[in-house]
Design a binder for this molecule. Structure first.
Ligand code: ARG
Length: 626
């Protein structure tokens, strides 16, 4: 992994959007003196869509014209008259104003070259943000259940958020809120005990697959078909059916009773029961963390903070809610009412606590113990209501308040949509089961081996396997990261593994291509000194590449602000495409003259490093060859 340090000193004068913005604000303030506070002026600078018009444009004249009641082109003219861009841009006049009042700016070639050299430093221009402690809720697996395709999202997107925030200088604490407590878990523990006692299972050999199966059986056994029984009675379905259903209901009640007793034993620390639970925990988490490692996601044992770790605080949490008069009794249960939301259940009538109660304790720990200024929950969109309830309640109860802080810490749900199959329904196996994450990685690897062998038949078996693994993981992760987080996306093997289009393999391939240019240049002995070569940015394709490169720091900042890694994907895809056009039109190894060649080599190398750093933000490793 490349470690880059944010560099605040160089960034100040790096982003043309920021630099031009300052100048435009000054010009607007001067042109319409007394009409606008400089702080309230938005210069609306964007990179130009069409290079023929310029490099950047300001769209500020139109909204200003509305406020001023003036024709927008007149407003644009007045701004241009006051603009002081002499050191940065080519001279401007009325021809710089286009259409209804867009103001086009073209940078001087030497300005562009200076800015790109500034970018070409260890931190790649990424500006440190005001340092915060940020807790990110990632992964969130459940005991006795295989990680499935949904966990790909909470793991991969969550990890990408963490890496990006780290790059910006924040202290990031990952928290894996493992579902490891409560009646459902006690149910599996009870089942495991019965199976072990009956000699049907060897506790030393238990795998996650076994546990997954036991979980399903246990769940079925303890959910009684009481409706069925009532119907049987009502419709007089006969004694045989009735007896069968009665036995099932009795069995279910018994299984449920056993589970409840097991939970009590767990709560009170009964040795044998706790040992069984620990078994469950170790087997599940062993497998889960192994999968995280396969996915090259930075989630390890130290990040695990399961529901069980809050079990002794739940009574206290509820007591605080009662003391603060936030919780009230409702039909024997305790609920908290928040305006505009359905009531949040924090204690059942039988005294049991809930998912929300645990999450309240978790907010308190994250803010008051871990010191979070910001807590981000990378969790399925279907839990949106739950988080609204938890956040509202936590704030009222003071759990989001950090000692000595003037404001509450921010609590954000960064929701993600579902993974769909080609039929547009939730992605399942043919038999209707959830798709296991490990199976998915296996299949991606098998497919990647075939594809990389076709591309490069010369690779040795070992190297091919390694390359295939990296390509597979890149394809899987990138497909997940590149689609708009909030939306559902369709899982499509062929698309994600393609070497064209907005895919992981395409970006890896672009990186590899640049590396191979360098190997060739070094072999030919024509690369010496490129690192510090003067940049000559003259051809349109060189210019386009420079302009895209300069957007990198702002892209990292945008991902941090929006928590949308797909913005980084879109950027890297554009960078790769722009590089291809550059490489097509501007000979590098065969460039005319040493200066041009070295300048282009430096641009190519910088492109590779931005690609590598951007992929690193996403948690995707690059390859030297493939
Ligand atoms: N284990 C939960 C689930 O599978 C996800 C945990 C999300 N995090 C949280 N703090 N509630 O739905």
């Amino acid at each position: 992994m490349t470690q880059t340090t944010p560099n605040s000193k160089t960034q100040q004068r790096l982003d043309p959007v920021e630099m031009l913005g300052e100048r435009f604000v000054a010009a607007i303030a001067e042109a319409f003196e007394g009409k606008f506070e400089p702080g309230a002026i938005d210069p609306l600078i964007t990179p130009s869509k069409n290079p023929q018009h310029g490099d950047y444009q300001s769209n500020a004249a139109m909204p200003l014209a509305k406020t001023l009641g003036m024709p927008p082109r007149e407003v644009a003219k007045a701004i241009v008259a006051k603009l002081d861009l002499g050191d940065l841009a080519l001279p401007m006049d009325e021809s710089s104003i286009a259409g209804p009042g867009f103001i086009n700016v073209r940078l001087k070639p030497e300005t562009l070259a200076d800015l790109v050299s500034e970018l070409d430093r260890p931190g790649l221009g990424v500006k440190a943000e005001e340092q915060q402690t940020i807790v990110v809720d990632v992964c969130g697996v459940n005991l006795a259940k295989q990680m499935h395709v949904g966990h790909l999202r909470s793991t991969v997107i969550g990890d990408a958020m963490c890496r990006t925030l780290e790059k910006l200088g924040h202290t990031v604490i990952r928290q894996n809120h493992v579902g490891d407590w409560g009646l459902p878990i006690a149910m599996v523990v009870a089942k495991l005990q019965t199976e072990a006692k009956a000699g049907r299972i060897d506790l030393d050999q238990v795998t996650l697959d076994d546990l997954d199966r036991l979980y399903k059986v246990a769940k079925q056994e303890s959910s009684a078909d009481t409706k069925g029984l009532k119907a049987a009675q009502r419709f007089q379905l006969g004694p045989k059916v009735q007896a069968e259903l009665e036995a099932q209901v009795a069995g279910a009640t018994e299984a449920l009773e056993h589970a409840k007793q097991t939970l009590v034993k767990l709560q009170s620390g009964d040795k044998e029961t706790v040992a069984l639970w620990q078994k469950l925990y170790d087997v599940t988490m062993g497998a889960c963390l192994e999968t995280c490692e396969r996915l090259q996601a930075n989630i390890t044992e130290k990040d695990s903070a399961g529901e069980s770790s809050f079990r002794d605080q739940l009574g206290e949490i509820v007591q605080i809610l009662l003391d603060k008069k936030l919780a009230e009794e409702d039909d024997g249960a305790l609920v908290v009412r928040n305006e505009g939301l359905e009531p949040t259940l924090v204690r059942k009538s039988d005294g049991g606590f809930l998912y929300a109660t645990t999450d309240l304790a978790a907010v308190r720990k994250r803010v008051q113990q871990l010191g979070a200024d910001r807590v981000i929950y990378c969790v399925d969109a279907r839990q949106a209501l739950h988080f609204k309830q938890v956040f509202a309640t936590a704030k009222k109860a003071g759990f989001a308040h950090k000692d000595g802080a003037t404001e509450d810490s921010t609590l954000e749900h960064a929701p993600f949509g579902m993974v769909l199959g080609e039929d547009g329904r939730p992605f399942k196996t043919r038999s209707g089961e959830n798709v296991k994450l490990n199976d998915l990685i296996n299949e991606a690897e098998q497919r990647a081996v075939v594809i990389t062998s076709e591309k490069n038949p010369e690779l040795s078996g070992d190297e091919r396997q390694k390359i295939a693994h990296t390509v597979a993981v890149a394809a899987l992760k990138y497909a997940d990261l590149s689609s708009d987080r909030i939306k559902d996306y369709v899982f499509d093997w062929d698309r994600m593994l393609a070497f064209e289009g907005n895919t992981g393999p395409y970006l890896l391939y672009t990186y590899v291509r640049i590396r191979s240019i360098f190997r060739k240049a070094q072999e030919q002995g024509i690369a010496a000194g490129y690192e510090s070569a003067a940049l000559a940015i003259n051809e349109p394709e060189e210019k386009s590449l420079a302009l895209v490169l300069l957007r990198y720091p702002a892209t990292v900042a945008a991902v941090s602000r929006t928590l949308e890694p797909h913005r980084m994907c879109g950027y890297l895809y554009e960078l790769a495409g722009t590089f291809s056009r550059f490489f097509e039109h501007c000979p590098v190894l065969k460039a005319e003259g040493d200066d041009t060649r070295l300048s282009r080599l430096r641009l190519a190398d910088l492109t590779a490093r931005v690609l590598e750093d951007g992929l690193d933000c996403l948690g995707i490793q690059t390859l030297e060859r493939m």
